[in-house]
Design a protein around this ligand. Structure first.
Ligand SMILES: *Cc1c(COP(=O)(O)O)cnc(C)c1O
Length: 463
């Protein structure tokens, strides 16, 4: 091989194929984050979002469902805002054709700030107040009642609108098809707190009657669970919901239920770069519930984690490298404040950690079992325990992979640590390191922390 040829190969390796290689995008973004000074001693932790990957996943979702549904089937893919409650992300997803699923006034406000129209928003929450129901339906946002008491509140709203629904209204059911690997995220167990429990004694008859009495109830909603559910179980939950809709419509003698919201919950791999199975899940739904996709029903989905998790990472400086009892410990700036689930339930939420040197280059060297610790003041604040990695040293960088959903965007205010800055990254041959960064959320300031912690009420307890 000539040296020119070797140089060419080298350059090609340095210039990744952005479209097809998420690991290469990530590597280049980490290196560029150092070059751009986004991560430095004074700002030792940042969140990074892969804009290319987010767009690709949004397209993959829309394509997967349009390939299995009859032409003309109305469909809304409402991104579950809780997975990544950042206005620029919601706006990016909206530009790619998605809507929003919200579960609190805050999430509704984020969707509105992102410019997501009411008719592309759905509101689910098990604890909606009367005022929240009034606000959401007044805007025209679809609402799913969780239980009989909430349905009575919708009765009042419809009554004061002279019997017509102010917005698309539906009922959430718990298909009770069983749980997955993670109890806390399994929403279709016998005793889950969400929706009307479909298999409880008398529940099915009650739901059918409730719908016949309320011609304005036009939707059914079920979300079987999040992460840890087999696709077959998710599809079984959807089938139960579909069969209930068929029963209601048969009893009504018309297509009263016209839209089925099948929730989210598509699992992601936290062990590899393999993308989520949008296509296989959509095809499984077609074989398990053919009537769902034949054009009879409008379709709403609410995917969260699967769209964002693999398109984000945390980059944290190693402040100190030490050892205790023979164990190497890298003390970093990423702990429970942004990897809350992993720290508190490490068995359910293991994440990949990648080691980089201070320049953002992949760290080489023999693998050494070490703890990757965070900055919080409790012993369990570890994002990885006894993990084999090239030995991290002070000034190196640890990257927590697959953390674009439910991690740095879902801050836990322990130790009054600030919410880190978040940047989106995109290829740009003209930019240093070949990467352009867009600020998505700036670093929370210490003044803001004081203000949010009763700073203005300083003398409240000593007066
Ligand atoms: C959390 C949630 C979702 C999103 O779940 P993912 O696992 O992130 O896809 C969708 N719908 C409802 C009702 C939820 O509570």
């Amino acid at each position: 091989m000539t040296s020119t040829h070797r140089d060419q190969i080298h350059r090609d390796r340095d210039r990744p194929d952005w479209a097809s290689d998420p690991a290469a995008r990530r590597g280049q973004a980490v290196r560029a984050a150092v070059v751009h000074g986004l991560i430095r001693p004074e700002e030792p932790v940042v969140g990074l979002l892969d804009v290319t990957g987010i767009r690709q996943y949004a397209t993959a979702l829309i394509t997967a469902f349009s390939e299995v549904t009859a032409p003309g089937t109305p469909q809304l893919h409402a991104f579950a805002v809780k997975a990544c409650p950042l206005v620029p992300v919601l706006r990016l997803l909206a530009a790619e054709g998605l809507g929003c699923e919200v579960a609190s006034p805050g999430e509704l406000a984020l969707a509105r700030a992102a410019g997501v129209p009411a008719e592309r928003t759905v509101f689910d929450s098990p604890a909606k107040t009367q005022a929240e129901l009034r606000e959401a339906t007044g805007l025209g946002v679809a609402v799913h009642a969780d239980n009989p008491q909430e349905l009575a509140r919708l009765d009042e709203l419809v009554g004061s609108a002279r019997g017509s629904a102010p917005a698309p209204l539906g009922l959430r059911v718990n298909p009770q098809v069983g749980g997955g690997a993670i109890d806390a995220l399994s929403t279709a167990t016998a005793t889950s707190k969400f929706g009307v429990a479909l298999r409880d004694e008398g529940a099915r008859e009650w739901i059918v009657r409730a719908c016949l009495d309320r011609p304005w109830l036009t939707r059914l909603h079920a979300h079987t669970g999040s992460q840890g559910l087999p696709l077959e179980l998710m599809a079984a939950g959807v089938r139960e919901t579909y069969e209930l809709a068929q029963e209601i419509n048969a009893a009504a003698g018309r297509r009263q239920i016209d839209t089925l919201d099948i929730g989210g919950g598509l699992p992601v791999s936290f062990a590899t770069d393999e993308p989520p199975a949008f296509g296989p899940y959509a095809r499984l739904l077609r074989t398990t519930v053919p009537g769902l996709v034949d054009g009879r029903y409008g379709l709403v989905t609410e995917f969260g984690r699967s769209l964002l998790a693999k398109n984000g990472l945390v980059l944290a400086r190693v402040e100190y490298a030490k050892s205790a009892g023979g164990r190497a410990i890298a003390v970093t700036h990423a702990g429970a404040q942004l990897a809350t689930r992993t720290v508190f339930t490490p068995g359910a939420w293991p994440i990949r950690v990648a080691a980089y040197d201070a320049e953002g280059r992949p760290k080489r060297g023999p693998a050494v079992a070490q703890d990757i610790a965070g900055p919080c003041c409790f012993a369990g604040d570890l994002v990885a325990e006894n993990r084999e990695l090239p030995l991290l040293e002070a000034g190196d960088l640890a990257a927590l992979l697959d953390t674009g959903a439910y991690y740095f965007t879902n801050h836990f205010a322990y130790n009054s640590l600030p919410r880190p800055a978040v940047y989106g990254f995109l290829p740009d041959p003209a930019a240093p390191g070949g990467v352009r960064f867009a600020l998505v959320r700036r670093l929370q300031t210490v003044d803001e922390i004081v203000a949010e912690s009763g700073g203005a009420e300083r003398d409240a307890l000593i007066g």
